[in-house]
Design a protein around this ligand. Structure first.
Ligand code: BMP
Length: 224
C-alpha cells in the first residue's frame, strides 16, 4: 500500500527543505508546504520539491471565486499535486478552486486542530462538510488530535478521504487518528525539528499501519 504520511515543511529555508525532502521522499505520500516556505523560498519551491515527491500546497485559499481561481491556477502550473482551501468561504468560492485545479486534488478545511477551532468551525462542521461535498472537493482536512471530530466528518464524508494534521506537536496520536477514520496523516515539527527525520518518519509509518490494522471495517481506506 502507498505511504499515508504527509510531511509538513513549515520552514523558511529552501536548502533545508530540499535536503529533508530528498532524504524522506521514498517514505512519504507527499510533502505539504505552507506560507512559511513559500514566503521564504519563493513559489518555485513547488516545482523543485516536485522532483522528489508529490507537493501539497496548503495556502488555505479563502477568497472570492475569481481570486481563488487565480491562486489555484498558479500553484497548479508550478506542479502542485493538491491544494488546500477553506470551505467556510462558501460553495461558489470553493467550486472556483475545484474548477481551476486542472487535475490537482482539492482538500477542503472543514475543522481545525487548534483550540480556537471551537469558536466557529466546530459549531458549523456539518455545514462545512456539505459545502465541500457540493463544491466537488476531493477530500477533507480534519483535526487528527480530535477523534470525535474525525468520526463526525467521516460519517458525513461520502467516502472521500480525510487528511489530518495535529499529530505530535499538537498532541494527536497517529494510531488513534487513523483508527477513527483518518486516511492520511500530516506531521510537521516532529519531523523537521528532529535530528533524525528519517527515523521519525519510519516510526510514524509504523503507527499508521498499526492504526489501519486496528481500524473498524466500516471505515474503508480511501485514496487521495
Ligand atoms: P505540526 O505537525 O508542526 O503541528 O504541523 C501541522 C501542519 O498542519 C501545519 O502546516 C499547519 O499549518 C497545518 N494544519 C494544522 O496544524 N491544523 C489544521 O487544522 C489545519 C492545518 O492545515
Amino acid at each position: 500500500m502507498d505511504n499515508r504520511l504527509i510531511v509538513a515543511l513549515d520552514i523558511f529555508e529552501e536548502k533545508k527543505a530540499l535536503e529533508i525532502a530528498k532524504n524522506i521522499s521514498d517514505m512519504v505520500f507527499a510533502i505539504k508546504i505552507n506560507w512559511p516556505l513559500i514566503l521564504g523560498s519563493g513559489i518555485d519551491i513547488v516545482t523543485k520539491l516536485s522532483r522528489f515527491t508529490r507537493v501539497i500546497c496548503d495556502l488555505k485559499i479563502a477568497d472570492i471565486p475569481n481570486t481563488n481561481s487565480l491562486i489555484t491556477k498558479k500553484v497548479r502550473e508550478k506542479g502542485a499535486y493538491a491544494v488546500i482551501a477553506h470551505a467556510f468561504v462558501g460553495e461558489d468560492s470553493l467550486k472556483a478552486v475545484v474548477d481551476s485545479a486542472g487535475g490537482a486534488k482539492v482538500l477542503a478545511v472543514v475543522a481545525m486542530s487548534h483550540p480556537g477551532a471551537s469558536d466557529f468551525m466546530e459549531k458549523n462542521v456539518d455545514d462545512l462538510v456539505a459545502v465541500a461535498l457540493k463544491s466537488g472537493a476531493d477530500g477533507f482536512i480534519a483535526p487528527g488530535n480530535n477523534p470525535s471530530m474525525i468520526r463526525r466528518v467521516r460519517e458525513r464524508s461520502m467516502n472521500k478521504p480525510i487528511v489530518s494534521p495535529g499529530i505530535g506537536a499538537q498532541g494527536g496520536n497517529a494510531v488513534e487518528a487513523v483508527m477513527n477514520g483518518t486516511d492520511y496523516v500530516i506531521v510537521g515539527r516532529s519531523v523537521y525539528e528532529s535530528a533524525h527525520p528519517e527515523d521519525v518518519v519510519g516510526d510514524l509509518n509504523w503507527q499508521i499501519s498499526e492504526g489501519l490494522e486496528r481500524r473498524p471495517g466500516k471505515y474503508e481506506i480511501l485514496n487521495l
